[in-house]
Structure formats: C-alpha cells, structure tokens
Design a protein around this ligand. Sequence first.
Ligand SMILES: *[C@@H]1O[C@H](CO)[C@@H](O)[C@H](O)[C@H]1NC(C)=O
Ligand SMILES: *[C@@H]1O[C@H](CO)[C@@H](O)[C@H](O)[C@H]1NC(C)=O
Ligand SMILES: *[C@@H]1O[C@H](CO)[C@@H](O)[C@H](O)[C@H]1NC(C)=O
Ligand SMILES: *[C@@H]1O[C@H](CO)[C@@H](O)[C@H](O)[C@H]1NC(C)=O
Length: 423
Amino acid sequence: MIIMAAALLILFGATVILQADLLPDKKFVLLPPVNFTIKITGLAQVLLRWEPDPHQEQRNVNLGYRVRINAPQEDDYETRDTESQCVTILHKGFSASVQTIFWNEHSLPASSWVSAEMKDPPGSPGTSIANLTCTTNTVENNYVHLRRYQVSLRCTWLVGQDAPEDTQYFLYYRYGSWTEECQEYNKDTLKRNTACWFPRTFINSKGRDRLVVHVNGSSRHAAIKPFDQLFDLHAIDRVNPPMNVTAEIEGTCLSIQWEKPVSAFPIHCFHYEVKIYNIRKDYVQIEKMMINSFISVIDDISKYSVQVRAAVGSLCREMGHWSEWSQPIYVGNDEPTSSLEWFIIALMAAICFVLLIFSFICRICHVWTKLFPPVPAPKSNIKDLFVSTNYEVIVDVLMVWHMSPEPGSQEQSLESWLQRNRN
Ligand SMILES: *[C@@H]1O[C@H](CO)[C@@H](O)[C@H](O)[C@H]1NC(C)=O
Ligand SMILES: *[C@@H]1O[C@H](CO)[C@@H](O)[C@H](O)[C@H]1NC(C)=O
Ligand SMILES: *[C@@H]1O[C@H](CO)[C@@H](O)[C@H](O)[C@H]1NC(C)=O
Ligand SMILES: *[C@@H]1O[C@H](CO)[C@@H](O)[C@H](O)[C@H]1NC(C)=O
C-alpha cells in the first residue's frame, strides 16, 4: 500500500513538473475566437466560421479549436481549421459554440466559449408535413450520353394537422452539391401536394453521402414551417429483383439460374434467397446464397414454383432491405394425365352432344330431306321422270301431289296423277 501510494505521488509530481515545463509562460492565456458566424450553405447544411483573436500571442504553440453543436443534436469535435461544415436538420433551429485549445495539450486550460445561434424558421410545428417516407430505385439507362444507372426517388407525406386548407407544399432534395425541386406531385382532394416523384436524380446509389429532403410550404393564412429529413441510402433503397430467372428439371435435379438485378453495384455485392415451393406437398424451402445458381435434388414428381430475391451485402455497403421476389417460374408436372384426360373426355362428349342436336334440328326442318333425298325404287311410270329431272323438281312434284285432294291409295294415285299431269 505504502509503496503504491508513494509511486502515485511520484507520478503526480512528475506530471505537474512536466506541465510546468510545457507551459510557455504562466501568463500565456488562450483567447476565444472572434467573428463566429453560422451560414446556411445548402438544404440542411451550415458552414461555421470563426477567426483567431488578433490579440492572441502566437509564440511556438499549435492552436486548435473545439466545436460543440448544442442543437438540434449534440455533437463535439476538434479541428485546426477556422471553418467547419455541418449537415443536420434545420427546422428546429441551430446553435453551436467554439473555443480555442492547445492542439497537442488537452490538459492545459482552453479559452472560454463563443456561441452563435440560428432561430428556427417561423410557423407552428403543426403546419409542417408529417410522416415523410422516401424510397429510391435504380433504373437502367438506354441513353448513351447519360450515366448507365439512374436513381429515381419517390416521397410521400401527410399534410400537417394544423395546416390551413389552402396550404401548398414543395419538396426539394439535395445529394452532395446537387439540389433539385420536385416537378411531379400527387395531390389530395384539396389539391395539396402529398407525394413526389423524380424519375431520375443526381443520387449516386453507391455513394456514402446522406440524402437530404426538405419540404416547405406556403399559405395565405399562416406561416408553414419547413421540414427536413436525412436518409441513409441503404435504408431507403428498393433493390430490384434478380433478372432472367430460369429453372429446369433433369431427372431428380432442379437447377435454377438468374442474373444480378439492375444495379450500379457489381455482381459480387449481392446476396440472394431462393424460394422453392412444392405445390403438391404445399411445402416451402428457402435457401440463402451469394452465387447466381442453385441446384436442388427433388425426390418426387410435383409442380414447383421458383422465386429469387436479392439484397446488397455488407461487403459493399450497410445491409439494406431485400428486393421483391421475382415473378414465379413453374417447373415440373402436377399429376397432369388424369385431369387432362378428363378434360378431353368432357370436350368429346360436348362435341357429340352438339352434333346430335344439330342433326335433330336438320331433320325437323327437312333440310336433311333436301340435302339427301331418299331414293325410292323407281316405278315404270316415273322412271323417265327421274332420268330427265333433278331432285329438286322431284321434291316439288311430290309436294304438289301430296297437296292435291285426291283420295285413294297413294301409289296408285301418284301413278295416275303423274300420267294426268305429265305435260
Ligand atoms: C471581424 O468582423 C469585423 C466586422 O465584420 C471586421 O472588421 C474584423 O476585421 C473581423 N475580424 C477578423 C479577425 O477577421
Ligand atoms: C405518423 O407517424 C406517427 C409517429 O411517427 C404515428 O404515430 C402515426 O400512426 C403515423 N400516421 C400514419 C397515418 O401513418
Ligand atoms: C422552399 O425552399 C426552397 C429551397 O430552399 C426555396 O428556394 C423556396 O423559396 C422555399 N419556398 C418557400 C415557400 O418557403
Ligand atoms: C435477360 O433478359 C433480357 C430481357 O428480358 C434480355 O434482353 C437479356 O439479353 C437477357 N440476358 C441474358 C444474359 O440472357
């Protein structure tokens, strides 16, 4: 114990002596920076600037600054520059402080703080939009002179509950040094903008910057408070599903292949999930993998539906959401003979029935008789009639005879009637 206490005392004494040695002069005092200003340089972006006090003694010391962000979100860092850029939401105001420090000697006393503040913009909080959500999606570009992959952006929001009915909202995004205003809005029944669509943006899907979205508004009856939100790209990116999924069965092997989704990320970045659904057994199998094909052994005859989805893996950026599943591909046979046969049998039965009905109708309408007249055994008297006339005439003659009101045996009457009416 005593030894330890002695050692501590010695250490403490050494530190004090060291400090005394380093201190250039007992009267050397750090002065706070002057002309500390906060300037808005973009959407949700400010530049802090200050100058060293001209009365500060320089001597042989390295000076630096400690910056403290007080609002909207506390942050603390050091710099040797006399300016600092800060990306943060601004609709709640902004305030920061800065002090001068010895760059290498943090144990030495720093200067006092100087502070600056930016008031929050006018308008009551209930007038600004609520529940802002945004998603991005990568589309392939067919125009040679533009970037191969373009990122589209879609945002939706709710109208502020205290916003007057005539309120109109305007959305802007900033990515890096690019800022754009929305041109394609969706409106609610009061014609207030509640969603926005950018078919293409300056967003770099592989970039690490955060996306800034700013929505302000105007009304004749009240000041509309603007609203800022910062989005991490990986969290809002809707990855496209894998392309050209194919599946085939050879014997007991089900082999599935696909291509990487439309994306600026290279092929090695993707994770996949394959979903194989055995329709007969109503059983789902899901496999995770990082290559673009999968072979599964199947043990029975069944129909399968195959789907694949993708996500950008942590190798290339922070893990985001899975894509939608690809359109299902169907392979295999699901007891096809019985149902197909039944269908064919039913079809044949239907055709027979229709033919039967048709022939029945033909008989009723004498069409049958007209088309295929019965050929009676020719009697001596009417033989030459058959030879010299066509069937139509015979039918006409028979009908005229039938109508004539002459009694007696028909055969006899027909013969005599024909002889009488021969010319
Ligand atoms: C601080 O600002 C004042 C007025 O804007 C200016 O006259 C002065 O030179 C500035 N001081 C420094 C050290 O830049
Ligand atoms: C909007 O967001 C709030 C809290 O963030 C939530 O309570 C509310 O249910 C959301 N409203 C709608 C319509 O999604
Ligand atoms: C909304 O913000 C944009 C970008 O800062 C600005 O140009 C525009 O004047 C603002 N509109 C309103 C109504 O405040
Ligand atoms: C993938 O499919 C698209 C159209 O669906 C086609 O243009 C493309 O050539 C296919 N890729 C390969 C490698 O087959």
